[in-house]
Design a protein around this ligand. Sequence first.
Ligand SMILES: [Zn+2]
Length: 404
Amino acid sequence: MENNNSFKEEKKEWGKEVYTLLSWFKTEKVKNAKVLVVGTGALGNEVLKNLALFGVGNIFIVDFDTIEYSNLTRSILFRESDADKGLFKAEVATNRIKEINPTINVQYIIGKLATDVGLALYRSMDVIVGCLDGNLARLQLNRICMRAGKPWVDGGIFNLSGTAKVFIPGVNCYECELPEKAKKAIFNTFPCGGYARKNEESGRVPTTPVIASIIGAIQAQETMKLIHQEELDNGVFSSLCGNWFSYDGLHLSAKLYKSDAFDEYCASHEYWNPVVKFATLSADSTVSETFEIIKMQLKIEKLVINLRNDKFIDKIVTRPDNKRYFPKLPESKIPDYVENTPELFVKFQKDVEQNEIENITDKFPYPELTLREIGIPYFDILQVTTENGYIYAELSADEIRYFS
Ligand SMILES: [Zn+2]
């Protein structure tokens, strides 16, 4: 029996024989690394498979979508039976990469990157990997990574071609790289938050499993380099950061282009600091509890919570009939609300007004709502205006959900 167990223990030292041959590979660093992957489409599948094979010890997966039959041709982690059952991509991907490597911790969040994942979770990561198929989502992730002060690895694929990029706050920025025209096009195509965003996120892009493998592999490799910061500093290898990688599969060429735009006036360069931990504050706290806790710990009289990702919508009025609806929901949940309110769904394309609340003061009319109900995810960081300036309040009671 004992022999049997020790054999298993040996087996559990993932990749020991192979990876010790790589002079730069530091098993402990990789085992302790925390990587969050947003998007489990074709690219996400490849990135996750590779991170599991490397033995990255703590992987977080974010995706809001379910598996469809059309995903199966490009997704190594998904099976037909998953599509039959309409299972969530994030959950299935989690289980499959745990099968590949049972020694790693994998957790998932079914939701959207900007409104369902707390900033403190992003801030706890070593690297964030974007496997996204829309530029609006890239803009959002870029802003979040700037606030968290964390590097992110971007991948994009189309047809037989693709790109990979690495963004590090203070060095380069996705938004700064976008020509003004392209930026305007993103916002003009998706002018008002929720409804359009939902359509964009479900957009389909023609890709192949081969280009997903190529670009996903580069993303995973750049992630491994960022985990080995000391080796990067010592020149054992160089990061892609500062350049971007472009692969043209149609005519087979690969090139590096400069990627070092960092404009000091860019609105995205907000680093949320200092972060103050509030041990008893959770997204399940009510608004009035939150005010009390923050006032008491900071010994202040007045504060305003700024909703920076998701506005709160308490009222919708349709025109010209002046009918009122009271969703009392974050803006990101309005598309579902509209879809489930048939009479509103017909009118929503026409003339509607919604009452948006962006700043929560102590006059907020719904103090009994929880932070979750007004659109704040677990383990988030609140931007709070006080009489002494901004502070960033971490919902530290939620940490236990992800790290125990
Ligand atoms: Zn920028």
